[in-house]
Design a binder for this molecule. Structure first.
Ligand SMILES: [Zn+2]
Ligand SMILES: [Zn+2]
Length: 151
């Protein structure tokens, strides 16, 4: 099931270019990656694409709604190509790993504000914070023999 990137670009009135296709491919294969990782992945396949070109492509794709930029507090911005479903993220406090969480209540904006102050609300930005399974496992107290020799 390969998304038709060329059709996506055209439907967003963006010209189909090699750097744009390369960035979309990188984001299809890797979720929630930061700018440096996008550059690394794109340049591994297309060494002639400049850093600046990748920055420009990320901005254009984000503005066009083909790519979503997320930036948990205190973390670097990440990009993903899963867009328009208002899903949320859980972030590991320890290593910064990010996983998707489906919309908490079925469709956006998920959370109904008790008082909208007259605003027309269309989005609720939710970030769940916690500890990922890998970090939870590695931080379990080690079973070294500190209980021995106590008497
Ligand atoms: Zn972690
Ligand atoms: Zn996501």
């Amino acid at each position: 099931m390969t998304p038709d990137f060329e059709a996506q670009l055209r439907s967003a009135s963006l010209r189909v270019t090699r750097p744009r296709l390369a960035v979309l491919t990188a984001l299809r294969d890797h979720k929630h990656i930061d700018t440096d990782t996008v550059i690394e992945l794109v340049r591994a396949e297309h060494p002639t694409v400049s850093h600046q070109a990748v920055y420009d492509v990320l901005r254009a794709l984000t503005d066009a709604g083909l790519v979503r930029r997320i930036q948990p507090a205190g973390a670097t911005a990440r990009y993903e190509s899963r867009v328009a479903d208002n899903h949320h993220h859980v972030v590991c406090r320890s290593c910064g790993a990010i996983a998707d969480i489906d919309c908490a209540a079925g469709h956006s904006p998920c959370l109904t504000a008790p008082d909208d102050h007259g605003y027309v609300i269309d989005e609720a930005e939710v970030v769940y914070w916690g500890i990922c399974p890998a970090c939870a496992t590695s931080s379990k107290p080690s079973s070294s023999g500190s209980l021995e020799g106590n008497r």
